[in-house]
Design a protein around this ligand. Structure first.
Ligand SMILES: [Zn+2]
Length: 174
């Protein structure tokens, strides 16, 4: 019970920080300065070893993208976010989702019903933790993004359950 309260208040702190966040895009630019593989225009498939990613990625991104960690539900920056724009892979800059394919899900992670391009993501069977799931990986850099489930809304019926930390949101220009 105590733990539940702690988790809840952490989620609320995250939320209130989100509202006060001044400029998301500036943060992102500094985040990628050490990453020579990041590009929002180059779609060439990357084959970069984990040792190299470890050098160029912030540890929080590395743990999810390359070690397949999962961020805590309701803790990420995008689970309840409703901005209009495009979500890119935070590791390599590959375009993944448009905001109009995002839907309100109670699961605590940002959820989408389809990718921006058919080959934006690739899929792999994941039988870890005693579950049979389908892992979603970035189609350009092969980083772990989350999982896909069959309980999403129309028209696809799919739910891409993603980790916020491996997504970069870029708002549409007004
Ligand atoms: Zn990527």
């Amino acid at each position: 019970m105590k733990l539940k309260i702690i988790l809840l208040s952490m989620a609320m702190i995250t939320l209130s920080c989100q509202n006060n966040s001044p400029s998301m895009s500036n943060e992102k630019n500094t985040q990628h300065t050490n990453n020579p593989y990041y590009s929002r225009t180059d779609t060439t498939v990357l084959n970069v070893p984990d040792a190299e990613w470890k050098k160029v990625l912030p540890d929080s991104i590395y743990q999810v993208a390359r070690n397949k960690a999962t961020e805590m539900a309701f803790s990420g920056k995008y689970w309840k976010f409703e901005g209009l724009g495009i979500y890119y892979c935070a590791v390599c800059g590959n375009a993944l989702f448009r905001s109009d394919s995002k839907f309100a899900s109670s699961c605590g992670w940002p959820s989408f019903f389809q990718t921006i391009r058919k080959n934006s993501t690739i899929y792999k069977t994941d039988n870890t933790y005693g579950m049979s799931r389908t892992e979603v990986l970035c189609g350009r850099c092969n980083s772990h993004l989350g999982h896909i489930f069959d309980d999403g809304p129309p028209p696809t019926g799919k739910r891409y359950c993603m980790n916020s930390i491996v997504l970069d949101f870029v708002p549409d220009k007004q």
